[in-house]
Design a protein around this ligand. Structure first.
Ligand SMILES: NC(=O)c1ccc[n+]([C@@H]2O[C@H](COP(=O)([O-])OP(=O)(O)OC[C@H]3O[C@@H](n4cnc5c(N)ncnc54)[C@H](OP(=O)(O)O)[C@@H]3O)[C@@H](O)[C@H]2O)c1
Length: 175
């Protein structure tokens, strides 16, 4: 399982309702990293996107057993989400074998233990996500080997950011 995230330097990932930046090239990168994969996301992240992302499965974690949405696969816990993701991969022609931990903050903090890799975009400034801010967990250097893959300078519209790839030093927890 791979976590894909964009975060500020202080690990803020959003204000609880959506993203607080717009970086078109990062959205393209997310598309490339996730295409043909199942995405595991929280119900609040689903609400912030508002639709299934094409070419991928949207597996949505909610504690509300009656929740449904067109194009979403609803599950009631993380292990059920992983099972649904495996089943989608097995039954979908052209699928890739990566399961993507897609956020938000609650889902990253519960699912990171199963991830062997994190692909993160780090926006090179601290941002205020407000009272409902969501965060990505810390990646302690003792557990993660982090490489910077590219650095992009600021423009008028977009702050500076970098792409990092983090590999877990020991295998992740299995399920
Ligand atoms: N920058 C990024 O890369 C990125 C990526 C994704 C999201 N985000 C941002 O993150 C924010 C949302 O994050 P968030 O932490 O507030 O919410 P979230 O993680 O997206 O969703 C939380 C919801 O997931 C469900 N849930 C959580 N744990 C569960 C469990 N163990 N079993 C079943 N259901 C469970 C609950 O839904 P119910 O309330 O329905 O029970 C809970 O309210 C938004 O601002 C979004 O834009 C950013």
């Amino acid at each position: 399982m791979i976590a894909v995230v964009a975060m500020a330097e202080n690990r803020v990932i959003g204000d609880g309702k959506g993203l607080i930046w717009h970086i078109p090239n990062d959205l393209k990168r997310v598309k490339t990293l996730t295409m043909a994969c199942p995405l595991i996301m929280g119900r609040k992240t689903w609400d912030s996107i508002g639709r299934p992302l094409p070419g991928r499965a949207s597996i949505v974690m909610t504690r509300d057993r009656s929740w449904t949405a067109d194009g979403a696969i609803a599950v009631s816990n993380l292990e059920a989400a992983i099972e649904a993701a495996r089943s989608w991969i097995e039954n979908t022609t052209g699928s890739r074998s990566d399961i993507i931990l897609f956020g938000g903050g609650e889902i990253y903090s519960q699912g990171l233990k199963y991830c062997h890799r994190v692909e993160r975009t780090v926006i090179a400034k601290k941002l205020d996500g407000g009272a409902e801010a969501a965060y990505f967990p810390e990646l302690p250097p003792a557990d993660w080997d982090i490489e910077i893959e590219a650095e992009v300078g600021a423009t008028d519209d977009v702050p500076a950011y970098r792409y990092e790839s983090a590999l877990r030093r020991e295998p992740p927890r299995q399920f």
